[in-house]
Write a new protein. Structure first.
Length: 93
């Protein structure tokens, strides 16, 4: 149980702390939601990381990725893009 609270504290510190170096916002859900990718730097360690924020009126969700986690996420997005492109071209996987 202690591990859970320790991890939650660390993630909360990443989400709320650090400095935003770069930010890319994308609209979703018919314009009701902003999905924000924020490249941040940890002011204590100098490490870069990514925060994905889902911002909808009345609902905010945040995910912090270290560099390896973000690479896995980006690969998953690329696979989904490829699958959509194949479907659009009439190729079934």
């Amino acid at each position: 149980m202690f591990k859970f609270f320790s991890a939650a504290r660390k993630v909360t510190k990443l989400i709320m702390g650090g400095y935003v170096v770069e930010k890319i916002d994308v609209r979703a859900n018919a314009g009701m939601t902003t999905v924000s990718l924020q490249r941040k730097i940890n002011s204590e360690t100098g490490q870069y990381y990514i925060v994905l924020a889902e911002l909808t009126p009345g609902n905010f969700q945040f995910v912090a990725f270290d560099q390896g986690e973000f690479a896995s996420f980006a690969n998953a997005v690329a696979k989904m893009q490829e699958a959509l492109a194949q479907q659009a071209a009439g190729i079934q996987s």
